[in-house]
Design a protein around this ligand. Structure first.
Ligand SMILES: [Zn+2]
Length: 392
């Protein structure tokens, strides 16, 4: 399926208008991709899970030319920790549900870097250090393999990702070898790719090999088609999506997506806003345009009244607590100058349609309208002398 050209933020008066147009277009793309997606789900027995950084310079579905909404993507800065109560529970139950439904799961744990400028455009969560990022991934792999040991239906792999070219870097199961997709030749044959994958991932089933070969060949196609051989390299993001879903605006160099998967719900939000501040200071984004914080709650049952209303509260909480973290915490003063240009947009994401529902009334609701908003805790929560919170 062909990806539609996404709206260009420079063609809109406000970033918010751009975001709403992007959501609308995403919904259309999603609807148009319905049969492709159904076909994929019906005949493709491997569900792909992609654990990627929040970095706005990569988009796995795009670089593998996949129908929108086919990959289960989890976005956060740096490492995912399966020991984390919320994230660990979520991922394990998502994988289990999809294995029961589809048969197999491929869990891709990714790290990203920039071959053009590794010093400044690698993963910020690892201090732009590629070695540190690979070590971080090894820790993730160890956790995943501990969880899914003996489960042949779940294959866990580590794939690096050069954000300049969208070039995937496959790391062998034992960690001893690595190959860029671009090194496989201009137009590699499926047989040669499958042979390499079998050698790299001895525990993969035939179904996994077939699935990975498909992804690799599509990525090879993407690299081949890339104009000038390089996609926009530098950071120019001006939007942070905080919460789950809201992928309509997640495009290369436009937005960060900060899923609530960390033990510390807000630190990745601070990282994302910090990069946006650098973008402004370096003149990479227009200083007279507002930046946007989108807080999104995933609505899994749109006809369940209490659930829908709880989602509304959740999006409001993300906004309230996120702003409190960014601008209310003593250590956050370095971000204070962003306050003037920051706009917010909150809403619920329809998990079935992948559509960010722009309920205008909801968006216009200010924090004071939330029930008992004045009682919400101030950030940070008080610490006791030894640095631990009283309830730890
Ligand atoms: Zn990163």
């Amino acid at each position: 399926m062909k990806h539609m050209a996404k709206p260009n933020p420079d063609n809109f008066q406000t970033t918010r208008e751009f975001a709403l147009a992007s959501f609308e277009q995403y919904a259309k793309t999603y609807e148009q991709g319905h049969l492709s997606r159904r076909h994929w789900e019906e005949y493709n027995h491997v569900r792909v899970f992609f654990l990627g950084c929040m970095d706005g310079r990569h988009d796995f579905e795009r670089v593998c030319k996949l129908p929108t909404g086919t990959v289960r993507t989890y976005g956060m800065r740096g490492a995912f920790n399966l020991g984390s109560p919320w994230f660990g529970h979520l991922l394990v139950s998502d994988v289990e549900r999809d294995v029961v439904k589809h048969g197999y799961a491929l869990v891709i744990e990714s790290f990203h870097f920039s071959k053009c400028n590794n010093a400044g455009l690698g993963c910020k969560a690892y201090g732009h250090d590629l070695t540190a990022a690979r070590e971080g991934i090894n820790l993730q792999l160890a956790q995943s393999r501990f969880v899914w040991q003996q489960e042949a239906r779940v294959l866990v792999v580590a794939w690096g990702y050069d954000t300049d070219k969208g070039d995937i870097y496959m790391v062998s199961e034992d960690g001893s070898k690595g190959t860029y997709v671009s090194e496989l030749g201009i137009e590699p044959s499926e047989a040669s790719v499958r042979a390499l994958l079998k050698q790299y991932y001895p525990s993969a089933t035939e179904k996994h090999v077939k699935e990975m070969a498909y992804l690799i060949l599509r990525n090879s196609e993407y690299i081949r088609e890339l104009k000038d051989g390089v996609q926009t390299v530098d950071h120019t993001e001006r939007i942070v999506i905080f919460g789950r879903g809201a992928l309509g605006v997640f495009d290369i160099n436009t937005a960060f997506r900060v899923g609530p998967f960390s033990d510390d719900l807000f630190a990745p939000l601070g990282t994302a806003m910090g990069i946006i501040k650098q973008n402004l200071e370096a003149g990479r984004i227009p200083s007279d345009r507002e930046i946007l914080l989108i807080t999104a709650a995933l609505c899994e049952d749109p006809h369940n009244g209490p659930h829908v209303r709880q989602c509304q509260l959740k999006a409001g909480h993300f906004k309230h607590a996120g702003l409190e973290y960014l601008f209310g915490a003593p250590g956050a003063t370095k971000l204070n100058e962003l306050q003037e240009s920051l706009q917010t947009l909150k809403g619920k994401v329809d998990v079935l349609a992948g559509y960010f529902e722009p309920d205008m009334k909801f968006i216009e609701v200010c924090d004071e309208d939330l029930p008992n908003a004045h009682l919400l805790p101030k950030w940070p929560l008080p610490k006791v002398a030894n640095g631990k919170r009283p309830d730890c």
